[in-house]
Design a binder for this molecule. Sequence first.
Ligand code: 3UK
Length: 535
Amino acid sequence: MNYTSHVDTFARDNLPPRKDWPELIFDLPELKYPARMNCAAELLDGALARGWRDRVAIRAPDGQCTYGQLLAQANRIARVLVEDMGLKPGNRVLLRGPNNPMMAACWFGVFKAGGVVVGTMPLLRAKELTEIVRKAAVTHALCDKRLGAELVATQLACPTLKSIKYWYDDDAGSLESLCATKAGSFRNVDTSAEDPALIAFTSGTTGTPKGTVHFHRDVIAMCDCFPRSCLKPAKEDVFCGTPPLAFTFGLGGMLCFPLRFGASTVLLERLSPDGLLEAIQKFKATVCFTAPTFYRQMAQIAKNHNLKSLRTCVSAGEALPDATRQLFRKATGIEIIDGIGATEMIHIFISHTPESVRRGATGYAIPGYKATVLDAKGNPCAPGVVGRLAVKGPTGCRYLADDRQKVYVQKGWNVTGDAYAMDKDGYFFYQARTDDMIVSAGYNIAGPEVEGALLAHEAVAECGVVGVPDEERGQIVKAWVVLKPGYQKTQAVAKMLQDHVKNAIAPYKYPRAVEFVDALPRTETGKLQRFKLRN
Ligand code: 3UK
């Protein structure tokens, strides 16, 4: 690393030493990037150079904006950051708000000004925000006024956080009123391809949050891998979905992918499964990004909506049970594209096209990435043998000042913490998170497999399966089940579900305990919080 545009080198200085980085591979022609690139210049200024000025970029309930308008707004925000807030290249800028056009413009404004975006999920409270601000030594923030209270509380505890501007704010000093005084042009900071562009914090459930550093090049590389090979977007596509922009699944699917391909994105705040279907109908969306639990709930009510426009659906965040895939296809005719991604990798690295789906598999290593399954000694497993998933490609894990780098990156591979088996054709079959494997009376049991069996029963709306302590067996398999309307929380129904599982998969895997609940604990990104079920 020689040239940098960063004056404040905090993010660079706190990268792991280069020897601890994963091996990076750029063997596709579209991944041969120049040494200098600014991802916002590439996505926005580049879009105008490609003749897309008057195409719609963002659609929202209160109107739409073109590529030209989005670029101008991002430029104004960059000017506010530099001229009014004193931003220096390399400073960390916290962004906080639900998915909406102003939020999108802020992301690009920071990139253009050479700042490092620290995205935060809307539901985070002052305690979590404080940990993030301290870890990333955040200096500036742009925040939706409606989410301001927790940030005000955070600032009191964080001396580095000097400057905050709010939008959706009537105040004279609001971000909007400052933007209104600025020209819509800006001289992009000439960032190195390897200058940090964002620090994405993992939604990890234990320990202090981990910040993953991604470069300007990584933002573009994620656009040139999964969408290019699996989605094949067209300019006419309209993207829609739920993941927050602070979750890299959403940063790609809800913002960068559509813009990379001249398409448009529908940005909506806080969507329910019903609200998402409503939005697909209203905006004639063609591509949908959301989590498995949403697809399952959408399948039940899809018939109440006109989904003619919808062409492609992407599921990520946790394993897509085959039962959900089948339900959704029966309801809509659409074969969901499953994909495993990770904050450490920035986006999806194993996936498939609708035509190349294989039942029960997440997919294959997409072009640009390599994947393998490693045994306990770090050697590749034979086909069909369960081991630890390991991947490498153009993106990879670089934790900000964190010893856990050596846990995630081993011998150049990114080891994601997932137990997988690969078949002889290179398809990868998810088992469980490595630390979620249930060991009962000496048998290894993967919770998601039991969940998959339960979900195939018509009485089951949702379920979560974990191991709970047991004197005799060490652990037993326990299922938390949300029943569909019309089914009673009785012993008889529990017995029926147990018998169903014994018939569907190896009988020893059946849940010895069944508990009925009204809802399952989930993160803002749609992941089941297994640790909460275990406690
Ligand atoms: C799990 C999956 C099975 C898996 C993410 C797409 O989820 C994302 O990032 P996170 O850092 O979590 C990563 C972990 O989540 N997982 C994700 N997708 C799948 N397991 N099948 C899947 N399809 O344990 C992985 O290690 O929150 C997903 C794009 C960007 C992302 N950040």
